[in-house]
Design a protein around this ligand. Structure first.
Ligand code: ZN
Length: 294
């Protein structure tokens, strides 16, 4: 299948197989999340049995890769990587039951089943249902220069934000910072991802902050509106799939949101998942002939 990313990167891939899933298990849990995403992208671009690269870059988009060569996933933005992973997963295993606890009553939402085709269709009419990156973002990605927001999105005339967009090589750093217990709240975790797309904040008092953890600390103490605005601006610039999932808790009926988790479970490493996906009966009846039908 042809995957088209928000940046214009195009490459061929195949769906994941049981052999890929076994290979992921064989690597052990110590490999970490960063390697998991890259590993599964490389699997989707390789021959299923020989593991040799088989599917190549069709259009390098803003990256240094060459058409006909393997994609350098370390250089690719996480917005592109997320879009590609969701598209490959949608073809491999269309429905996804993430582990998720209600933020209000704490119940495990055991019957939450997401249809990834719907997630992708939430976007625009672009190839994957994702929105394309803007021209300013493509130039910044290509030249490794920041897009500069000046002034701060919410303070007139003061401060500056330099956006460089998180890439594959940043995933390990993001995972490490996200594990910090002081950032464990589900409301703080998205700020870690947001901070990874920012290379520098110049605060209204001229203080400069460029370490990712330092930027997270600034964002935690900023207004909700500031962070929402910044997230909106960055999402608009780099495009991609809206991975915010809205659902209702079946225990306390409260409505809430979460970001689609692209952890180990996303790659199909949950033995109970297929049972849960099929337990509604609709999938089973779809494939069973009704008795008496000719
Ligand atoms: Zn609840």
């Amino acid at each position: 299948m042809l995957i088209t990313c928000p940046s214009g990167l195009k490459f061929e891939a195949r769906p994941w197989t049981n052999r890929d899933r076994a290979a992921l298990v064989d690597r052990g849990s110590t490999a970490g999340l960063k390697d998991t995403q890259k590993f599964m992208l490389m699997q989707a671009c390789s021959d299923n049995t020989t593991r040799e690269p088989k599917y190549f870059c069709i259009d390098p988009g803003p990256y240094g890769s060459v058409a006909g060569s393997s994609v350098d996933w370390d250089d690719v933005t996480l917005a592109d990587i997320t879009t590609a992973l969701i598209e490959i997963r949608r073809v491999s295993i269309p429905e996804f039951s993430p582990d998720c606890n209600c933020t209000r009553c704490g119940a495990l939402l055991s019957n939450l089943v997401l249809d990834l085709a719907e997630v992708l269709e939430d976007g625009s009419a672009a190839a994957l249902g994702s929105t394309p990156a803007r021209k300013e973002a493509l130039e910044a990605i290509k030249n490794h220069t920041p897009v500069v927001l000046e002034p701060y999105p919410y303070i007139t005339g003061e401060g500056r934000v330099e956006i460089t967009f998180a890439r594959g090589r940043d995933a390990e750093k993001i995972a490490r910072i996200a594990e910090d217990p002081s950032y464990s709240s589900p409301l703080i975790q998205p700020l870690v991802h947001l901070a990874a797309s920012i290379s520098k904040l110049v605060l209204p008092d001229d203080t400069e902050v460029s370490a990712t953890a330092g930027i997270v600390d600034v964002l935690i103490d900023e207004t909700v509106d500031f962070v929402d605005t910044l997230k909106y601006v960055i999402d608009e610039l780099e495009g991609g799939v809206d991975t915010v999932v809205r659902f209702t808790c079946d225990k306390c009926n409260s409505e809430q949101e979460m970001i689609l988790p692209l952890g180990l479970k996303f790659f199909g490493l949950d033995p109970a998942e297929s049972r849960r996906r099929y337990s509604g009966g609709s999938r089973v009846s779809r494939y069973l002939k009704k008795p008496g039908n000719a």
